[in-house]
Ligand binder design. Structure first.
Ligand code: CTP
Ligand code: MN
Ligand code: MN
Length: 389
């Protein structure tokens, strides 16, 4: 008879989209270490290595209990030699030398600080790093050429570093709803990204907007941003057509309604009074239950202005694509990636935030709900709160 732990391990599916991954799990002491190595691989433009570490971490997130010894890992998928070495060292010594030296390295720290600036990707950060720059202050000091996005990123750096709370996200939701309904009554707005998966904090707030009458959503984004600008609620915005069109590997005829998929990367001006009322009551409620020390607003450094900057992503989708857009913008990023890999490798289908194409039948598979998309893909439905892969 097999010990209890083994049967869970043997049943562990190999694609993250086949598994339930809760937000809170039992192995963060291992997953945080593996994700540092993944992050470092990203900084070194090594995508394959990054994904390998992220898949390994994700498997551990889905385990029902804490890993105690290497035996517990028998039968588990996605654990490569390197990940196993790191795990073994942490189990035996309490930490991994490779992880700790990575964490302390000048390159890792500088890349983290530089890519942490809104509008700065790995390529730009790497160029700056090789020029000797280490932080946003270095950029200002040396008078680096910055585009409009990066200027905003540097200007609001401190605010954008602070995690956005659920309470703040709720206030932003009200603002977005007001703006959208002012310019298009009947439009539907949905909170996406990490907050839809049940996270308590995020690096931004993501929204998906649609209208049940197809076509009504066309040209909506500029109307929304203009309304917000008039109210003085927008610090920065850039509306773009979705570049997915160019990158897409599916058939070209999908393109007809893709150029209508609008996206806006923005920075909102959030009055602190409104948000901190909600967040302080939420925080004190939590303090009671967890017994943690309060980190009330008094401990922050309120600016004289009384507002903070918050990153907000807005996406407008035609109603017919809403289910695909919802699935595509809920995340996590690894869960999305695994969904697309599953579709391609196991089903000969091509999944995007717009559509699902079946290469065998040579047709698009329609869906009104996320449940229908999972069914098309031959997957058990995984609710958003268990997509924290
Ligand atoms: N997304 C995307 N294209 C981008 C950026 C994001 O399709 N250029 C999708 C991601 O796949 C993800 C969702 O939008 O599903 C949210 O992305 P993001 O806000 O970066 O991540 P979150 O999971 O919301 O994490 P956080 O709480 O840190 O914001
Ligand atoms: Mn987000
Ligand atoms: Mn986002």
């Amino acid at each position: 008879p097999k010990p209890n732990g083994d049967s869970t391990a043997m049943l562990m599916k190999s694609y993250a989209c086949q598994r339930r991954t809760p937000l809170k799990h039992h192995n963060s002491f291992l997953t945080e270490a593996l994700e540092i190595l993944a992050q470092n691989a990203d900084y070194n433009d090594n995508e394959g290595r990054s994904v390998a570490f992220r898949r390994a971490a994700s498997v551990l997130k889905a385990l029902p209990r804490r890993v105690r010894c290497m035996q517990d890992l028998r039968w588990l998928p996605c654990l490569g030699d390197h990940s196993q070495r790191v795990i073994k060292e942490i189990l035996e010594d309490g930490s991994s030398r490779e992880v700790e030296s990575t964490r302390q390295s000048e390159q890792y720290q500088a890349m983290k600080a530089l890519t942490g600036i809104f509008g700065v990707g790995v390529r730009t950060a790497d160029r700056w790093f090789r020029e000797g720059l280490r932080s946003p202050d270095d950029l200002i000091r040396t008078g680096q050429q910055l585009n409009r996005e990066q200027q905003a990123g540097v200007q609001y750096y401190d605010d954008l570093q602070k995690p956005v709370t659920k309470a703040e996200a709720d206030v932003i939701s009200d603002m977005v709803e007001k703006a959208v309904h002012a310019v298009l009554p009947g439009a539907e707005i949905q909170l996406m990204g990490g907050f839809r998966r049940g996270k308590e904090v995020g690096h931004d707030v993501d929204f998906l907007i649609t209208h049940p009458e197809e076509g009504k959503e066309e040209g909506l984004m500029p109307k929304i941003t203009n309304w917000l600008k008039e109210q003085g609620l927008l610090l920065y915005q850039k509306t773009t057509r979705n570049s997915y069109l160019e990158k897409m590997d599916g058939p070209a005829r999908a393109s007809s309604n893709m150029d209508r998929f609008e996206r806006c990367f923005s920075i909102f001006k959030l009055q602190k009074s409104a948000a901190s009322c909600k967040s302080s009551s939420a925080a004190s409620a939590e303090d009671v239950s967890t017994g943690r020390e309060s980190e009330g607003p008094a401990e922050h450094h309120p600016e004289a202005s009384g507002w903070r900057a918050v990153r907000v992503d807005l996406v407008v989708s035609p109603y017919s694509q809403f289910a695909f857009a919802t699935l595509g913008w809920t995340g996590s990023k690894l869960f999305e990636r695994e969904l697309r890999r599953w579709a391609g490798q196991e089903k000969h289908m091509s999944l995007s935030s717009h559509a699902l194409y079946d290469s065998k039948q040579n047709l698009y598979l329609r869906a009104k709900t996320e449940e229908e998309i999972f069914a098309h893909l031959g997957l058990e439905f995984i609710p958003p709160s268990e997509r924290n892969a």
